[in-house]
Structures are given as C-alpha cells and as structure tokens.
Write a protein that binds this ligand. Structure first.
Ligand SMILES: Nc1nc2c(c(=O)[nH]1)N[C@H]1C(S)=C(S)[C@@H](COP(=O)(O)O)O[C@H]1N2
Ligand SMILES: [Mo]
Length: 320
C-alpha cells in the first residue's frame, strides 16, 4: 500500500481549494505538504514576516521535495480541538479542552542538550521564528481512530542542527512540562509524569518529523500541546508528545511513557502497522473522526514510500 504522491492524487480527493488549499501552488512548488502560499491566513500569526515572504523563502528552503501530503479533507477545527488525548489534564477526551486552559504557555523555554556540541535553551519566541510550514498529515491514534490535521511547524532537524549533535548521539528524548498545579496527578492518569517520548536520531532527522507550533493557521491550542509539540505522522499518536520543555540527545534508547506503562502493548517504535495488532484490538482498520464506517489502516499511516527505508532489515513484529 504505497502512499500516493501528491501529483497522483485525483482532484476529487483533495480539499477543494476554495475551502482550504491552493493546489496549484502546491504543484508549482513541487511540494506536497508545507506550502506556505496555500494559506495566507496562516502566517499572519507568525510575525514578523508577511505571508508572501515566508512562502517564497520557505519554498526555496525545502531540501527534500519528496514530502507527502494527505488524501482527504482535514478534520474540522472543532474536532481537532475537542477530542484530545492529553492525560495530564484528563483521560476524558472531551474534557481536555476545558481543563487545558490552565496550562500557562508563556514564558516557555525548551532546553536542548545531552550529546551535543552547543547545548542551548530556546525561548518559545525563538522557536516561532524558525520558518514555519504547513503540513497536512494523517494522524492515527493507537486506539484506532484517526484525523487529518493541518499542522503548522518546522522540521525537528532544523532545531537539532543548531545544537550540533555529537557523533555519539543516536536517539532524541523529549519531555513534556509537568505542572502539578495545573495538571492532574500521575496516579489519576494511570501513567507517570512528566510524559516522555523518544525517537531514533535518523527518525528525528526525517523531513516528515516536525515540531508543530500551530494548526489551522493558528498558534497551537493548549489542548493540542501548546506551545510546541512533536508530530511524527507515520507513528501512533502517543509518540507525538505535547508541550515540550526538554530535548536530550542520548546514546541509548530513551524510556517512553506508554512503553513504561505497558511494555507488551506499546513499543518504542510504534510505527502505524495494520499487520501488527495491539494485543487487545486489531490495527487493520480505523475510524476517521467524523465518519461512520471504518477505513483500512495504511502501512506507516500512508507514508511508507518516505519512511519504510528507516526500518530495512528490522522485524516489525519484534520492533513494534
Ligand atoms: N504530554 C502528552 N503528550 C501526548 C499525550 C499525552 O497524554 N500527554 N497523548 C498522546 C496521544 S495518545 C495522542 S493520540 C496525541 C493526541 O493529540 P491531539 O490531542 O492533538 O489529537 O497526543 C499524544 N501526546
Ligand atoms: Mo493516542
């Protein structure tokens, strides 16, 4: 089940341009995700540059034009911001939006260190100055629901390049803020806080892996992981850790929250894979939020052409 290239997509599968996208600009740029031109509304939120300038600069900068977009129309802003997993606030998806209002996202810093030449603490305003792109991705939760989300963000690699990882760095560990005043206890959530996640360095360097600072042209809503969260579209949603305060380059595989909670159910890799079922349910199909019938789940969530090579020679049943 190969992911379709943008240029191969029939127009009927693409969000009508008057609704959201400007398809011609996508094609002209040779891009599939990440055309800043597509949404003028997007970039006014990311001052100082006006939209057109960001767009031009961004198109020139894309190093890997082989980026995939997503088939289908994005889920509504309503769905994306009211059906959330963010256990620090609630295990009830529909209660997160309200409770996450308590999250204070300014001032905010992200400390980047570990096996790097130039450890550095980034202020959120510096993070918002990385050239922002729009990335419309499928998003597949391990619980077998999915959405299509128009993120705003930039490649994880852009940030890592600035701290110059050492040759000994093999993994990247991420940590969410744990604010005991605003958030519930680990005990009531059933998982330990702070929430931690990790990627292999080559996964983090993949052009599809982004640090997202917004969605639908707006800065990130608290419930979706403000002010900055990871988005790794070929992996189950729990890898896409929210509200990041710390990034550490390591030489060994970092601990991850869901793997600690259920090692036989949630692996470190957690690539979307319709052939490897969760011990308690099938992963062959999924329910796209807003749809009634189930859809087939795609290998690597539809991004196989882009990412399968990262796992060459690995038994994906073992490294699940
Ligand atoms: N810190 C933190 N990050 C998290 C989670 C969480 O509970 N805490 N839930 C994960 C899970 S299971 C999913 S499906 C996605 C949900 O992201 P969304 O609410 O933006 O759709 O966030 C992931 N990142
Ligand atoms: Mo999830």
């Amino acid at each position: 089940m190969a992911a379709k290239k943008f240029s191969e997509l029939p127009a009927s599968e693409i969000t009508p341009e008057h609704v959201y996208l400007n398809r011609r600009n996508f094609i002209r740029a040779g891009l599939v995700a990440g055309s800043a031109v597509a949404t003028g509304l997007t970039y006014k939120f990311f001052n100082p540059q006006p939209a057109q300038q960001v767009a031009t600069a961004e198109i020139a900068k894309i190093e890997t034009p082989k980026v995939v977009s997503t088939v289908g129309e994005p889920n509504s802003f309503e769905d994306i911001t009211n059906y959330n997993n963010f256990y620090e606030f609630s295990t009830d998806k529909r209660a997160v939006a309200q409770k996450a209002r308590k999250l204070i996202t300014r001032p905010w810093t992200v400390e980047v260190g570990g096996l790097v030449q130039k450890p550095r603490t980034f202020d959120i305003d510096e993070i918002l100055k990385f050239p922002q792109e729009e990335r419309i991705y499928r998003f597949r939760c391990v619980e077998a629901w999915s959405m299509v989300i128009p993120w705003i963000g930039f490649p994880v690699k852009s940030l890592l390049d600035q701290v110059e990882p050492l040759g000994t760095a093999k993994y990247v560990a991420f940590e969410t803020r744990y604010d005991k005043g605003a958030m519930q206890s680990s005990f009531s959530a059933g998982i330990d806080f702070p929430y931690v996640e990790g990627l292999r360095l080559d996964e983090a360097y993949h052009p599809l892996a982004i640090l997202a600072t917004g969605l639908y042209g707006k800065q990130m809503p608290n419930q979706n992981g403000a002010p900055v969260r990871l988005v790794v579209p070929w992996k189950y949603g729990f890898k896409s850790i929210k509200s990041i305060v710390k990034i550490t380059l390591t030489d060994s595989e970092p601990s991850t929250t869901w793997n600690l909670a259920g090692p036989s159910e949630y692996g470190f890799y957690s690539n979307v894979n319709p052939q490897v079922d969760h011990p308690r349910w099938s992963q062959a199909t999924e329910r796209r939020i807003g749809e009634l019938s189930m859809r087939d789940t795609l290998m690597f969530n539809g991004y196989a052409d882009e990412v399968a090579h990262l796992y060459d020679g690995m038994d994906l049943k073992k490294y699940f």
